[in-house]
Design a protein around this ligand. Structure first.
Ligand SMILES: [Zn+2]
Length: 101
């Protein structure tokens, strides 16, 4: 999980560090807190989870795509008539992409 660290004051917050691992952040936190306190800030953080898990090469901009993938699975490498997965993707293509195949 990635951690973005901010120094925050009444005037606002600014990002001071970004960690790839929570563990590293925890190790640095006491130092960050000391630094922040000495400048009148408090330390806040935000966690980012799973933003880079999606390795699918297809554009992922609508929920129908996700639903088809969820219910029917990945596209087959080659289209076969009568295969439910292929048929589902074919319908998706014709409905949303203007028929790529
Ligand atoms: Zn198939």
């Amino acid at each position: 999980m990635k951690v973005s660290v901010y120094f925050e004051a009444k005037a606002g917050a600014h990002m001071v560090a970004k960690f790839d691992e929570e563990e590293t952040y925890m190790a640095c936190l006491p130092t960050l807190e000391t630094l922040a306190t000495s400048k009148g800030y408090i330390v806040t953080e935000s966690l980012e989870e799973g933003l880079e898990i999606n390795t699918n090469t297809e554009p992922y901009d609508n929920p129908i795509h996700e639903a088809v993938q969820f219910y029917w699975g990945e596209r087959c490498p080659e289209h076969e008539d009568g295969c439910p997965t292929c048929e589902a993707w074919k319908q998706y293509d014709s409905a949303f992409q203007g028929g790529v195949k």
